[in-house]
Design a protein around this ligand. Structure first.
Ligand code: ZN
Length: 413
């Protein structure tokens, strides 16, 4: 079990040392000394380091995933494919206002549009909705109304089949998330709620069919497994549902489902991967386990104002700090994603301890991710430049670190 993550031996707190200035020649990286020095570097100087590293990574990622492939798109998805590079460029544009990033981003989305034309996947992370939604939003920022119209029309063409699952990566919740993204950036009503009302009803109906009878009010399955986590299970579905105005009894069932999860969590504060796997306290990932569930609990605390959710989020964040320094780099099941759980708790509580902990995870990556991956001691991901499994997720985190109160888990929060 211990070989899934590095024992976290980083100090519980390190004060910033104002005497540390920007160095011309940085120290060798990957030692205890270099990591401690990063942790004590004043935040405004550290922020510059994160930003510089992120923008360097971005260049490499664009070259590797798009430039060098001569604009071929073997996998268009945001999760592991080329659209993830576009999403990173959109983030870089939001941070630096470099319009060149926006232009390249738009080109990449265009190539993903061609590649996904016949895809039957409907979600933001793994389907056609992600291409249409990001395409429309980027076109809006570029001031190209015709292109906005094109992508919005394409989004409206997406058909949801009856046999679709409810989860986030391939199912109804992932379609709803794309709807939220478009309306948030372009304006409420860009896609009318008539496109989502029946989808929400279907999710609730399916949830009640498997739930109830002395267990969770709502329960969903994906390939026969009743998952709890963000990617395929309850945490992801409830997270998205809480963004909609639900009928009172639907909202009550969402709340009841989250309370059921809190009540049946492991004594450690972690969460099972699925309903039928309630014995193995193993995974501490965004996709399965505490980190993804922290994000849902933080939102539940905001929506319901219930102290129970804050306390559960705090307990889960403790698990993330102790067992979340994974031997992987990405946001789905790696250190970068786990840092977002800590950032989200910082946003909710304002407690600087969580900012320090998120910063420590990010500093660990900044100091030694490249070295550990090169030595084979850390898994760089099956798709090493991708947003969810590769270093694009780390670059995204580095872009968020200078403004931690506004950090949001990419393509999810
Ligand atoms: Zn994962």
């Amino acid at each position: 079990m211990a070989d899934r993550f590095y024992p976290n031996v980083m100090p519980d707190f390190v004060a910033e040392n104002p005497a540390i200035e920007e160095e011309q020649h940085p120290n060798p990286q990957g030692t205890n000394e270099s990591l401690l020095k990063l942790l004590s570097t004043p935040y405004h100087i550290l922020s510059k380091k994160f930003k510089r590293a992120a923008l360097d990574l971005k260049e490499t990622i664009v070259a590797e995933t798009w430039g060098l492939t001569r604009q071929q798109v073997p996998d268009f998805t945001l999760y592991c494919g080329t659209l993830g590079t576009a999403f990173l460029l959109f983030k870089a544009y939001q941070v630096t206002k470099n319009t060149n990033d926006l232009a390249v981003c738009s080109q990449i989305v265009k190539d993903c549009d061609s590649a996904s034309r016949h895809s039957r996947d409907v979600t933001f992370l793994c389907g056609r909705a992600g291409v249409c939604a990001l395409g429309a939003v980027v076109a809006k920022y570029m001031g190209d109304d015709q292109l906005v119209f094109y992508y919005v029309s394409q989004f409206k063409e997406i058909k949801l089949t009856k046999d679709l699952p409810d989860e986030l990566l391939y199912g109804r919740a992932g379609y709803l998330w794309a709807f939220l993204f478009i309306n948030k950036h372009i304006g409420q009503g860009t896609i009318p709620s008539t496109y989502t009302a029946a989808v929400i009803d279907e999710i609730i109906k399916n949830g009640r069919k498997l739930g109830g009878k002395g267990r969770s009010p709502l329960m969903h399955e994906w390939y026969g497994e009743m998952y709890w986590g963000a990617a395929h299970g309850l945490a992801g579905i409830m997270h998205v549902l809480m963004d909609f105005e639900l009928k009172p009894d639907d909202l009550e069932d969402v709340k009841g489902t989250l309370k059921y999860m809190v009540k049946n969590r492991f004594p450690s504060g972690n969460y099972p991967a699925s309903e039928n796997d309630r014995r193995r306290d193993l995974l501490v990932h965004w996709c399965h386990g505490a980190p993804g569930i922290v994000l849902t609990l933080v939102k539940a605390a905001e929506v319901f104002g219930d102290e129970e959710f804050i306390n559960a989020a705090v307990a889960a964040a403790e698990v993330v700090w102790n067992r979340g320094l994974l031997k992987r780099v990405g946001i789905c099941h790696g250190i970068s994603g786990n840092a977002y759980a800590l950032l989200s708790l910082y946003r909710l509580t304002g407690n600087a301890e969580y900012l320090y902990r998120a910063k420590a995870f990010a500093c660990f990556l900044l100091d030694r991710a490249h070295k550990l991956i090169a030595k084979g001691e850390m898994h760089g991901g099956d798709t090493p430049y991708s947003l969810f499994e590769g270093i694009a997720g780390m670059a995204y985190l580095f872009l968020d670190m200078p403004d931690p109160k506004n950090a949001r888990f990419p393509a999810y929060e």
